[in-house]
Ligand binder design. Structure first.
Ligand code: ZN
Length: 491
């Protein structure tokens, strides 16, 4: 057993020691191996790519390979005196410099002076400069002088996450290699391998989740495994908790719900996420990523849904309530919910104020917070019935009530006409859904008597409302109530 205090991190212990062990950079590694094996080395290499993809590991392997006393097809043997000395950090001929903290011209001048001397006991003097883009302009100029006339025994290996910040004059004197983000399944494979070696019980879903969230950086994935693996077991739940991620089953469930236009299910998932305090933006990112994977795996039907999800994610930064924004988008994508919304019934003060409905104007927005008038005059039968109908709907099907609230109603000869104002095209379209219509009709029959028919009308023209418009309208209608529920409006 290893003591937690002096144990090396998993990432360090499982750092690749040979080119063949490097994950996900096949082209880079093959080219370098060939160069070493064929004795056709350049004087300077520029390794670029995002963090955590193996640049430093490859630089160190290369430093050993070029100095190895018994190389094997371009690979360092890792056993000879030279390899051992370098591994132990005792070699005077392999120098690692952190460009971020040694960025000045003095350091580079010193390096140039040293570089002029022949190696102490190796074939090559190797200078590995990490984060080379951090060097000052003066330092780059000094470096350039060495690069222009490189001593034959010197090898420079530069690593950078931001190659565009390295002067073109320097880049042009290097052999440049671009490291790719490592594929999710390759990362998951490494995680399983490491877990097995470490006797960590790693759930497949957990590995997949860690891999996906590390965004191509193997190092990040191993750090997460290290953190969670101390207990000997890594479950999907533990990853979810550590990273605040949604489990894959939930992401898939959400996608399936959207694809099947099942607003109830999608809204239930959003409600669950909100209850647990999950970040909806992160959830949508995960959903979009997952949609991409499923599209690639042969579900082209998800393309429009993926687009909507990405669009929605972009809108969230401007939303006053993320949850509300997402809910409205779901309703816009799927149509209104069929069995009522999953959130608890609104409180009394959130319902339509009775006094407001007594006026002849259309009912005010839901939850408008109009103060209750003392003992309102008896309302006209029409508005009284309409108000009661909306109020009853509000507890059953909030969205439908919200769609109906701006309507003007007339009732004559057994015909109830519900007319939506011109700016409520979205409301109107939503109410045309057959299931919603029959719900409205059935409810109307309870409040209007005799009722022979319900007519839905819209005073608007041919303007087709957009998703965003619909979300905005509904958001406005529901605003007061939702915020009182203690929603995440501040996020
Ligand atoms: Zn060796």
């Amino acid at each position: 057993m290893t003591e937690p205090t002096d144990r090396l991190s998993l990432y360090r212990r499982f750092r690749p020691q040979r080119f063949g062990e490097v994950v996900g950079q096949d082209l880079v590694v093959a080219t370098l191996r060939r160069a070493v094996a064929g004795g056709k080395l350049g004087h300077a290499y520029l390794l670029s790519g995002q963090r955590g993809v193996g640049k430093t590991s490859v630089a160190r392997i290369l430093a050993r390979a070029v100095n190895c006393q018994a190389p094997e097809a371009g690979e360092p043997c890792n056993r000879c005196e030279s390899c051992q000395r370098i591994v132990a950090g005792r070699s005077l001929d392999v120098v690692e410099i952190d460009g971020a903290s040694n960025r000045g011209v003095d350091q580079i001048r010193r390096l140039r002076e040293e570089a002029a001397y022949v190696p102490a006991g190796s074939r090559y003097k190797v200078y590995i400069i990490d984060e080379v883009h951090m060097l000052t302009g003066e330092a780059f100029n000094a470096l350039l002088k060495t690069l222009e006339e490189p001593p034959p025994h010197v090898l420079f290996i530069f690593a950078t996450t931001e190659p565009h910040k390295v002067p073109a004059t320097v880049v042009s004197r290097c052999q440049a290699f671009e490291f790719q983000p490592i594929a999710d399944d390759a990362i998951a494979q490494v995680l399983h391998k490491v877990a097995e070696a470490e006797r960590i019980d790693l759930a497949p879903g957990a590995a997949e989740l860690i891999a996906r969230r590390s965004r191509g950086a193997l190092r990040d994935a191993l750090v997460v495994l290290d953190q969670l693996g101390q207990a000997g077991e890594v479950t999907e739940e533990a990853v979810v908790d550590l990273l605040g991620l949604p489990p894959l089953s939930q992401v898939d469930g959400f996608l399936d719900a959207l694809a099947g236009r099942d607003a109830d299910r999608a809204l239930a998932i959003v409600a669950e996420l909100s209850t647990r305090g999950r970040d909806l933006a992160l959830f949508l990112e995960e959903t979009a990523t997952r949609a991409r994977d499923r599209i690639i795996a042969g579900e082209p039907g998800l393309i429009p849904i993926a687009r909507s999800v990405i669009e929605l994610r972009g809108e969230l930064s401007r939303a006053f309530s993320r949850r509300l924004h997402v809910e409205m988008a779901i309703v816009a994508l799927c149509g209104p919910p069929q069995r009522g919304e999953p959130r608890p019934a609104p409180t009394r003060e959130a319902s339509l104020p009775p006094s407001a409905a007594a006026s002849s104007s259309p009912p005010p927005p839901l939850g408008g917070g109009t103060p209750e008038a003392p003992e309102a005059k008896p309302a006209a039968p029409l508005t009284e019935a309409w108000r009661a109908m909306l109020e009853s709907m509000l507890t059953e099907r909030t969205a439908v009530a919200a769609f109906l609230s701006p309507a003007e109603v007339t009732w004559a000869d057994g015909l109830l006409t519900i007319r939506l104002p011109p700016d409520c095209g979205y409301h109107y379209e939503s109410l045309l859904d057959p299931a919603v219509r029959s719900y409205v009709e059935a409810t109307a029959h309870k409040f209007f008597n005799p009722l022979l028919a319900v007519q839905l009308a819209w005073a608007g023209g041919n303007h087709r409302p957009t998703l965003e418009e619909g979300a905005r309208i509904l958001a406005e209608a529901l605003e007061g109530r939702i915020l009182r529920e203690g929603d995440d409006g501040s996020r």
